[in-house]
Write a protein that binds this ligand. Structure first.
Ligand code: GRF
Length: 199
């Protein structure tokens, strides 16, 4: 049986699409069981629907606390049998209870070479800093923002005269390649966690 994967989104969902397509084509040995959004208007929901993946909306504004919202999400994920969770442009911090429920089985993608430029607008942060090399990181999620053990990273050199928008577009292409690769590695379980090192 392929491991079951739930994907959390808040918006566009392009990384979600690349993950689902990689699983549906067999490139990644996993089964996408649910695309869950906290935003009812997330464009990614329709894309998941087109790909034939079950979707759900759990609006965080309907819960009194982060913990309550996360409990609702956990309940839905458990109903689908999801064993792994991928954050794909999910714009909220997970509660410690959520992280604990899926300890070392939650992945996140971040558009910078962590630990540089954690947080929102990572591409712009890197751009404003004037870096000549940036990149993409896929990591396991722990209780701190953009912080857990690193599964995969890919670096990219900036081109002469490149605009922020061009840099972002090239990074996004890398994200779409790197996230399925990293998920495949995670699901293979052919790794061990040594401190924060994935070996
Ligand atoms: C991506 O840049 C991802 O790295 C970041 O949020 C963005 C989401 O884009 N966490 P999309 O919704 O996957 O298109």
């Amino acid at each position: 049986m392929k491991p079951k994967v739930g994907i959390l989104i808040s918006g566009r969902g392009s990384n979600m699409v690349s993950l689902v397509e990689a699983m549906q084509s067999g490139a990644v040995e996993g089964e996408p069981v649910l695309v869950l959004s906290n935003e009812p208007e997330a464009p990614g929901l329709a894309k998941a629907d087109e790909l034939g993946v079950a979707t759900a909306v759990i609006d965080h504004r309907d819960s009194a606390s982060r913990r309550e919202h996360d409990e609702k999400m956990l309940e839905r994920l458990h109903e689908t049998g999801a064993e792994w969770v991928c954050l794909a442009g999910y714009m909220r911090i997970l509660s410690p209870a959520f992280v604990k429920a899926y300890r070392n089985r939650i992945l996140n993608i971040h558009p910078s070479l962590l630990p540089a430029f954690a947080g929102v607008h990572a591409q712009r942060q890197a751009w404003d800093y004037g870096v000549k090399i940036t990149g993409v990181t896929v990591h396991l999620v722990d209780e701190q923002l953009d912080h857990g053990p690193i599964l995969a990273q890919r670096a990219m050199e900036l081109e002469e005269g490149e605009t922020l928008e061009q840099m972002e577009a090239r990074l996004l292409k890398i994200e779409h390649d790197l996230y399925p690769e990293a998920l495949s590695k995670a699901l293979s379980r052919a790794w061990t966690l040594n401190g924060r090192r994935i070996e």
